[in-house]
Design a protein around this ligand. Structure first.
Ligand code: ZN
Length: 305
């Protein structure tokens, strides 16, 4: 394992069993029904619903092959799709590779006291380091007031919370507009100390995500699933904008494994400084910026030495 500054940390991966945890309903929602079962988000890959079994051993193998030191595991939770990957089960998986894996808790975002207790248990008992709220998967708008008690508790615990932003979630679910990063302005206002990570940086709404992030020093931008769906040019331009707004040290690498490849994403990031120079963009993205994105920034946020 690399230490400190050059560590590679993937803050966004999934491990679960199909169909017991990640259900058939959920898997089908990720695929385009009736069109040769192609996944709408990656039609070239010809996903089959059976591929939705994301094994821990596969993750570790892929991490080893791509040079990823540590990965955060985000267990799915989506009531409308009867999907729940229990925190307990995730904790058991993490115990097998405690120096490679970091637990991120799930809960019912509008579960009130029960959700708060679930988060407390995951942080205190299992040693998880953050929370992921699956909001539009639960048919919730990012600024739904029923989530307030859960935001409140996460802020008190002083751990990061990851939320999905951008037009990208299983169909049919909530309207895309419900995951517009600008809705998080209300959350930032109400919870000034909440460490909030915008998963996917809003995808094509990356400019909106960057603007919101620039209002709140405790907000972060995360890049999961950028490599497969965003052309290189947009990957470069987005980082240039993030740096221009002073946010480059709050950008975190995520892959969204197993939906996407860690190895391909890392290769893409390493090309960015040269590509940025070739495109003649300012401020230029340096190797140091990339090292921060690939791990240094996450190490600071997650308290990993
Ligand atoms: Zn994901």
């Amino acid at each position: 394992l690399r230490g400190g500054k050059n560590m590679i940390i993937d803050v966004h991966t999934h491990v679960h069993k199909y169909p017991e945890q990640f259900t058939k309903e959920m898997a089908e929602a990720f695929m385009i029904k009736g069109t040769k079962r192609k996944a709408w988000f990656a039609p070239e890959r010809n996903w089959r619903i059976e591929d939705c079994d994301f094994a821990l051993t596969d993750l570790i193998k892929h991490m080893d092959e791509s040079g990823v030191d540590k990965a955060c595991i985000l267990p799915f939770h989506a009531k409308p799709f009867k999907t729940n990957v229990p925190n307990e089960w995730a904790a058991e998986q993490i115990e097998k590779y405690p120096d490679r894996l970091i637990g991120i808790a799930n809960c019912d975002p509008i579960g009130g006291l029960k959700a708060v207790k679930e988060i407390d248990k995951a942080i205190d008992k299992f040693g998880f380091r953050g929370v992921k709220l699956f909001l539009t998967y639960e048919k919730l708008k990012l600024n739904d007031k029923r989530i307030w008690p859960v935001w409140e508790r996460i802020q008190e615990l002083d751990v990061p919370v990851l939320v999905h932003t951008g037009g990208f979630s299983p169909r049919p679910t909530a309207p895309s507009e419900w995951q517009n990063p600008t809705l998080l302005d209300e959350v930032g206002n109400a919870f000034p100390d909440l460490k909030l990570v915008m998963c996917h940086s809003g995808h094509t709404w990356y400019q909106q995500a960057a603007m919101i992030c620039s209002y709140y020093d405790n907000f972060y931008l995360e890049t999961a699933y950028w490599e497969p769906i965003m052309p290189m040019e947009l990957n470069v331009r987005s980082l240039v904008l993030f740096k221009y707004l002073g946010l480059i040290n709050r950008v975190l690498f995520g892959s969204d494994w197993k939906w996407a490849s860690q190895e391909r994403a890392i290769r893409m990031y390493k090309k960015i400084p040269a590509e940025c120079k070739r495109m003649g963009l300012e401020p230029s993205i340096t190797d140091e910026d990339i090292n921060g994105i690939l791990g240094g920034n996450a190490a600071k946020l997650l308290g990993i030495a």
